[in-house]
Structure formats: C-alpha cells, structure tokens
Design a protein around this ligand. Structure first.
Ligand code: NCD
Length: 307
C-alpha cells in the first residue's frame, strides 16, 4: 500500500497522513535491529546532489548498501551536465534509465516536484532549497518516538532559522499529524513563513511563536535546534546580525526536565556549545544520525523491494 501511494516518491511531508507515519515509523524501528539484508539486491539508487551534504547522501548510500543494493550518482553540480546547462527535466529523463529510484538535493525549492513530473520511478526529495526535506523530518520523528516513547502530548520547541530551514518546514508539517504542542522560537526576521502557519492552522495545531527559549526550557520535552541558513540570505549583513542569536550551553541544559532531549538535524555551527555534547542522555543529535540510517533503509525498502 505504501509503495502504491508513494509510487511517485517522497516530495513533501504533506503526502503523509497519520497512518502512513505510524507505518513508516514501525518499519524504521525494525530497521534499527536489521543491520544487513539483501532485500534490495539488484536495485540501484541514484543520488543526485546539486548541493553540499554529509549525512543525507551518505546515509542514503549506506542504507542502500546495507540492504544489498547499489548506488550511482554525483555530489556536486559542478561534476554533472548541469554545469553545461542541462535542465532538471533532461537529467531526470536520462538518469531514470540507469536506476530504480532517485534521491535528489537541489537549491531550487520546486526541484523535487518538477523532477517527479518527468520521472517514471520514485523521486526522493533530499532537500529542495529552503522548501522541504521530508526524509529528515521522518527521521526526526523516529528519533522522538524512540527516545521519548511518544510524540503525542509532548512540548516541542523548534528554534533557529524557521524561515529558510527546510527541515523545520517538513517537521512542522509532520508534527501537525500528532497532538504535540509546538513552540516556534526565532528572531522576528526568521519566523515561520505564512504559508506554513496557514497549513498548521488548517490542521488545528496548537502552536506558539516566541523569540527566546530560555523562559520555556523547564516545560520542553524536546528542543530542536537549527542552523541559521547562511547560504539562503540575499544580504550577508542580515546574516551577520542574526547568526549568534542562539547558543545553547550547559547552563541551559541544567534548567531542563530529566527526560529532556536536545536535537539538531546537523550540521551545527555555533548554536550548540560543544560542552553540551557529553550529556548524551539529553544531547541526542549524533544518535539522531543513526536513526536516519534506519529510517532511510525503511524508505528505500518500501519504495523498491519486490514483495
Ligand atoms: C540540513 C539540510 O541540509 O537541510 N541538514 C541535513 O540534511 N541533515 C540542515 C542544514 O543544512 O542546516
């Protein structure tokens, strides 16, 4: 059923209803304990990355190899025919002859959607400009579910660059399918765009917008920190003004509940002080990358396996 519903791939978090989420989270959980398998034997994933990546590309590739499949691809626009002026449409119409699924990251917000119009195999949006990054949000949910035991009823703070942060957009959409209370924390200039707020309002989500997290640290179950997206600023002076707005440190951690979890999609720049890293019961951002592998194995298996 998942395979049929997602036959065009995973383009936006909006494709998922609660049932789909429960299903993929349970499959993600299974993959935590299945290290290697050969269910994708003979299958090929193409990773087309027109923008930098460490975790997303490598975890997709590792997931594919762990399931017995193979990977082709490129990791920079400079080494693909994009450099010669080739369109996304032509790239997709070509690459789909060489593989069974495409994971693509591109600086254009509508790129994954456009790609899916020209593809006859599933496209996975691995980050589209400052739009969405749905598989990151799925792995964020898996992390919360496994580490906090539930998603419903939690107080979840999302802090940093809510305007340009694509992981924030997809995560907010997915959280709207649960009974979570969301606190959006950012300077005014980087607040969540109206189109996402309108979606959350439609879904009757309980959310608040604040500019500081320090006053609410004692009630939060999860704080999801994000990087200020330097590369999306048109004016670098504007970036300089906001770049150090939030720096989470050891003192902050002391004010949190015993069960509190600090997450981050990574890469981090200055927004979490390295002193916090050693508190691994609460600072779970590196553990989160491990859940990413499990979740991506689940996604690839669902989209490509024959049975
Ligand atoms: C994020 C991204 O690329 O959107 N990283 C990731 O995929 N884990 C977050 C970021 O770049 O800040």
């Amino acid at each position: 059923m998942f395979k049929e519903k997602f036959s065009e791939g995973i383009i936006s978090a909006k494709q998922f209803n609660r049932e789909d989420l429960e299903y993929i989270l349970s499959k993600g959980r299974e993959m935590i304990t299945i290290k290697n398998s050969n269910i994708l034997n003979g299958k090929i994933l193409a990773t087309l990355f027109f923008e930098p990546s460490t975790r997303t590309r490598l975890s997709f590739e590792s997931a594919m190899y762990r399931l017995g499949g193979n990977v082709i691809g490129f990791h920079s626009a400079d080494v693909s025919s994009f450099k010669k002026g080739e369109s996304i449409a032509d790239t997709i119409r070509t690459v789909q002859n060489y593989c069974d699924c495409i994971a693509m990251r591109n600086p254009l917000e509508g790129a994954a959607k456009l790609a899916s119009r020209f593809a006859n195999i599933p496209i996975i949006n691995a980050g589209s400009g400052s739009g969405e990054h749905p598989t990151q949000a799925l792995l964020d949910l898996l992390t919360i579910k496994e580490e906090s035991g539930t998603i419903d009823g939690l107080n979840i703070g999302i802090v940093g660059d809510l305007k340009y942060g694509r992981t924030v957009h997809s995560l907010s959409i997915l959280l709207s399918k649960f009974e979570a209370n969301i606190y959006f924390i950012s300077p005014k200039e980087l607040s969540l765009r109206n189109r996402y707020k309108a979606y959350l309002q439609e879904q009757k989500v309980k959310y608040k917008e604040v500019t500081k997290y320090r006053n609410i640290l004692d009630i939060l179950d999860v704080l999801y920190m994000t990087r200020i997206q330097k590369e999306r600023f048109i004016d670098q002076e504007e970036y300089e003004k906001v770049k150090n707005t939030f720096v989470f440190n050891e003192d902050d951690l002391e004010k949190t509940k015993d069960t509190f979890k600090l997450m981050h999609p990574l890469p981090r720049v200055t927004e979490i002080s390295p002193d916090v890293d050693k508190y691994t019961d609460k600072a779970i951002y590196f553990k989160q990358t491990g859940y990413g592998l499990a979740l991506r194995k689940a996604i690839l298996a669902e989209l490509m396996s024959e049975d």
